[in-house]
Ligand binder design. Sequence first.
Ligand SMILES: Cc1cc2nc3c(=O)[nH]c(=O)nc-3n(C[C@H](O)[C@H](O)[C@H](O)COP(=O)(O)OP(=O)(O)OC[C@H]3O[C@@H](n4cnc5c(N)ncnc54)[C@H](O)[C@@H]3O)c2cc1C
Ligand code: SF4
Length: 332
Amino acid sequence: MRLPKFEYLRPESVEQASAILREASEEALLMAGGTDLLVAMKQRLKKPRHLIDLKGIPGLDTIHHQDGTLRIGALTTLRQISQSPIVQEKFPALAQASRRAASPQVRNLATIGGNICLSRRCWYHNQSLAWRQSRAPCLRMGGAQCYVVKGGDKCYALHCADTVPPLLTLEAEVKLVSTKGERTMPLDELYLELGPKATTVEPGEILIEVHLPQPPSSSYGLYLKHSGRPSIDFPLVGVAAMVRPDKGKEVCEEARVAVGATCPKPMRLRHSEDVLRGEKVSPAVIANFVDMATREIKPIPHIYGSPGYKRRVVKNLLLEAIEQAWQGAKSV
Ligand SMILES: Cc1cc2nc3c(=O)[nH]c(=O)nc-3n(C[C@H](O)[C@H](O)[C@H](O)COP(=O)(O)OP(=O)(O)OC[C@H]3O[C@@H](n4cnc5c(N)ncnc54)[C@H](O)[C@@H]3O)c2cc1C
Ligand code: SF4
């Protein structure tokens, strides 16, 4: 598969990149590691006239602490993140998720910004051009129907990025820049409920930084993933959990749980978290929580597994995640 023709541009500053984006409008796409975008271009899912390579911009690939916040540049690779001592020590769920994504070769190029801004995936969509041409185009490709939800008038493709569930439990914020200025927003608010577009990133905006507040002391977080193949595969379900016990290590004072690759939008399970909060943790309380969580998620049919299958996987991963996180927090 060959790439379509495009003009390659390599700005040397965020300002230059924003200006090019403003001029080129929707005919240009940003490229970070290119590990997802170039595949999509080869499959003719995306055909930008101009490709703006962000890797020429210095200073966007660093991890540093400032005012009690960890700041990760958007071009920091998943390998850098998984190997960073501070991420491993203070944000282990993010280190685990970065290590579980793709393969070592891909992680050397793949960036956190690209992972957050990843396009939504669907079994009918992420195929070669020849495969897609064997049937009428779906809604996302300008056709009249969705193959996933019969009679559906929206696109139900899924956001399958590994780093997003842990970032949600870490209450990450993202900083976006355009020629109009900059804005910082909670990551949770970046994602859209349904449709081909995954995020509220506006045309012309560039994600430049991820901010992570210091996690509460004595908390413990982790990420668990289930995929079709043990490695080099997107998650079928990704689950991140963070718990903080009280001083006596019996009662759960805080719980944050997020699930990815199950519904179009990566979700914090805020209602289910309430089941754990303020409770003495026992197998019965964990079972109640998991029961509530499998009702809170709304898996989409026929994308990489039926809703029933996904609910079973979510249930098993959540049981394991909460038990492990609770044991981890007790030993901190
Ligand atoms: C074989 C293979 C296996 C994979 N397995 C996994 C996996 O297990 N888990 C997983 O999560 N991903 C997986 N991926 C997908 C991909 O490699 C990662 O999601 C990666 O983190 C994407 O980052 P990137 O820098 O390469 O993004 P790119 O491909 O450069 O960009 C992805 C999208 O984000 C946009 N974008 C990039 N940076 C910015 C920015 N700073 N601001 C605004 N928009 C931006 C681009 O325009 C594009 O739409 C896999 C890919 C391959 C090829
Ligand atoms: S969810 Fe439906 S509309 Fe969206 S890409 Fe898949 S088949 Fe197309």
